[in-house]
Write a protein that binds this ligand. Structure first.
Ligand code: SF4
Length: 81
């Protein structure tokens, strides 16, 4: 299984991921991307039909802000700072 979330600290709001994977990523009011599945928590498995979109978005993000893992991002949004 794959899980995804956006590192909003490094996202530059370029708008690529929402085009590449419109069912997975959307943008907040500032244009910063987030994972639609679970409000960027990264704990909901990406469904099989969206894996190709996910990989395309992952590869096309210019800042490597799209995080992908085989396990849930259990810590979710950064608790640091
Ligand atoms: Fe942000 Fe990357 Fe999506 Fe561009 S492709 S909006 S930098 S997460």
């Amino acid at each position: 299984e794959k899980y995804t979330m956006v590192d909003q600290e490094t996202c530059i709001a370029c708008g690529t991921c929402g085009v590449t994977a419109p069912d997975l990523f959307d943008y907040d009011d500032d244009g910063i991307a987030f994972a639609i599945l679970d409000d960027n928590e990264g704990v909901t498995a990406v469904t099989e039909d969206l894996i190709d979109d996910l990989e395309d978005a992952f590869e096309s993000c210019p800042t490597e802000s799209i995080k992908v893992a085989d396990q849930p991002f259990s810590c979710g949004k950064s608790a640091a700072s």
